[in-house]
Design a protein around this ligand. Structure first.
Ligand code: FPP
Length: 291
């Protein structure tokens, strides 16, 4: 429970009292935050970080400098997420397709950048009460990268604020394939019957089984596509696309996206509040369709 203006002590359901860090927001971010309805903040924001290459190209720089700037943007956004006490932030950092289709030199650079990001940011994550975890076929990443990843997740495991999830070597279709393989094993071992399968059975085998579905998906750099990201989980997620390239994206832009999100009406396939259903039950069947 948050007090009505979203400031001051915050009482969580587990009865721990956390001190609000809203006052740490830079003034531009605070101005937007104050316009938000604290009762309708998203619990989970997922981001497709796109446009590093174009950012570099516009400045006649090599692509790797765009990625380097992109890694800088990550820490700004994570900091804002932690200050507004966003429970879940999930970033698409490296897709299975990136791994298959990009030149080896770029992949190697992204791997080194990830390791450096983790090394340089664990202290900052601890200062911000941020826990880091990963989704994707991370066992296929280079061993030294996996070791760094494990080190960072262990070093931040005790944190109780924002959970930062990096999607690495991630693809939503392969996530579903992995889920179906595990379900198949359960069926073979007769823990569950095929006829009894529900959506929850699939959900609990996803990499994100322990997480709520994203409320808001942000994509930078203007492309209107999902790029094989969290396909199952975004069934009812609100989508926000900005032309801003990822290296220029900051916490203030995430807050703008949240403000836009709060203007949306989420209906989950139902009707809006207050709209009345037409009485069609009494209509003869031959009048249901115009001839
Ligand atoms: C898209 O840019 C972005 C990526 C390939 C991955 C995102 C990587 C980062 C933000 C940097 C490293 C991240 C961490 C967590 C350290 P693009 O190259 O596809 O851009 P383009 O479409 O303009 O070419």
């Amino acid at each position: 429970m948050r007090n009505c203006d979203g400031h001051g002590p915050v009482l969580r359901s587990d009865e721990r009292i956390l001190l609000s860090r809203i006052h740490e927001l830079p003034s531009e971010e605070l101005a937007i935050y104050r316009r938000l309805n604290p009762e309708r903040l998203p619990k989970h924001v997922a981001i497709i970080m796109d446009g590093n290459g174009r950012w570099a190209g516009k400045r006649s720089l090599k692509r790797f400098l765009g990625h380097q700037q992109g890694a800088e943007a990550v820490h700004f956004v994570v900091e804002t997420a932690s200050r507004i006490d966003l429970p879940w932030l999930t970033l698409y950092a490296f897709s299975l397709e990136n791994n298959l289709r990009r030149p080896r030199t770029e992949i190697n650079f992204l791997m080194r950048l990830l390791s450096t990001y983790l090394t340089n940011n664990v202290q900052r994550m601890n200062d911000n009460n941020v826990r880091i975890q990963y989704i994707g076929r991370t066992h296929e990443l280079p061993n030294e990268v996996q070791e760094r990843m494990q080190w960072a997740s262990e070093a931040t495991r005790q944190n109780t604020g924002t959970t930062l999830t990096l999607a690495l070597n991630y693809g939503a279709r392969s996530e579903l394939v992995d889920a179906f393989k595990r379900l198949h094993t359960e069926i073979q071992q007769k823990h569950i019957r095929l006829d009894d399968l529900t959506e929850q059975d699939i959900q609990r085998h996803l990499y994100t089984a322990h997480m709520p579905d994203p409320d808001l998906l942000i994509r930078t750099s203007g492309e209107m596509r999902i790029s094989n990201y969290l396909l199952w989980q975004i069934a009812y997620t609100e989508i926000y696309v900005t032309n801003r390239l990822w290296p220029d994206f900051r916490g203030v832009h995430m807050l703008e996206a949240i403000e836009d999100f709060q203007r949306r009406e989420r209906r989950y396939g139902g009707l809006s509040d207050g709209s009345e259903s037409d009485d069609v039950a009494s209509l003869p069947a031959n009048q249901l369709v115009n001839s």
